[in-house]
Design a protein around this ligand. Sequence first.
Ligand code: HEM
Length: 411
Amino acid sequence: SKPDAALDAMRPVLPADLMERASTFDPAPRLARLSAEGPIHKVEHHDEPLWLVTGQDAARALLSDPRMSADRFKVKRLRDKLDPAMRDKFAGAESRAGSFITTDPPEHTRYRRLLARQFTMRRMRALTEQIEAIVKDRIDVLVAAGPPSDLIRDFALPVPSLVICELLGVPVEDRGHFQDDTIELLDMATDLEGLIEVGTRMHRYMWGLVQQKRAGREDDLLSELAHTSDMSDDEMVGLANLLLIAGHETTTNMLGLGVLALLDHPAQLKALRDNPGELMETAVEEMLRYLSIVDTGIVRYALQDVRIGDVTINEGDTVMCSVIATNRDPAECPRPEEFRIDRPRGRHLSFGHGVHQCLGNELARIEMSVSFRELLRRLPGIRLAVPAEDVRVRTTSTIFGVKHLPIAWDV
Ligand code: HEM
């Protein structure tokens, strides 16, 4: 099979010379040059007119413009490009139920309202306690077995998975399988057959879980939705899958790359370890800005002609916000190429903007601050266990990340 071509039809991809980073943390040279020229650029790719937004203001204006749709299938030309098998699998109402990240208002508004009721102060407080317990537990395991240890395998992958288990109410006895499958789902991002297989298994599991929640009543998000909303089974399954897909790989890579950024800046690491109470909040924001992991993942489709600055985006055109470029817009952030954990909190695009702004942003911030605080506290002398040039980062995927991060520490 040719998974890349099939997947390309599902989402736009940037030409490699705009996507492959110059270094772990720095944008491609061509992207940096474009950003210096202006806020929005036409970069034809795969015969599709693609607009790349590199200015923070322009990105925000477009992401809050109701003429810009999150639903690629509303554009006939793009819908027709999909081969029929893919169209049945991915564009049908059943497979898209609940996955509101690709819907527009008013359909989207209904989901956000139902979910906003779930992300209450009470639930966030309970989740914070669970996150502290999960993080401590994973570090105990890591400390008992190491050094060395692969921070991704032993910490950054399991922690967000276990947090989503808490959120959804996945029973403890299912968590081993759940985690193996979710990790496989992430690992096989380019092997289409494998992806469909594990996706089907996951779908079946979620379906069973929803039935379980309808039958009983526990204190978790799915149970609440099962008993207090009008969501169908398909919608609940789609929603659970969306939370998993949106919340796992992103947080994993923030944890891994966040540690890598600190190791690359020893003075900042020391400052954060010495004073997490004062610095953690700005440190987490700076990591979100500096790492820009959802690099090319914020995409919209023009439903009408849209005039912005001195360009006209035509109906049907694709618009991609470059998160790394907008996060380094010098109008927004002085000396943007520097990683400074005490930088005053400013605007960034790492959680998106507008109606689709990340639903899990508070949860993700809590996961990050608890994790970094505990890792620095429990692993004195934390360092790479391999030469820095052996750490492989993945720069060509929608989500920027690191696959393995071998670390050591003082015992
Ligand atoms: C949406 C980033 C963690 C759930 C988004 C968007 C971004 C993003 C950029 C907007 C996409 C767009 O506009 O097209 C991140 C990052 C995370 C993170 C960087 C980690 C640091 C999470 C977590 C959850 C979550 C932990 C839930 C458990 C969602 C959902 C949406 C979303 C449901 C769709 C919201 C909507 O369409 O209204 N995220 N996310 N995310 N995120 Fe996150």
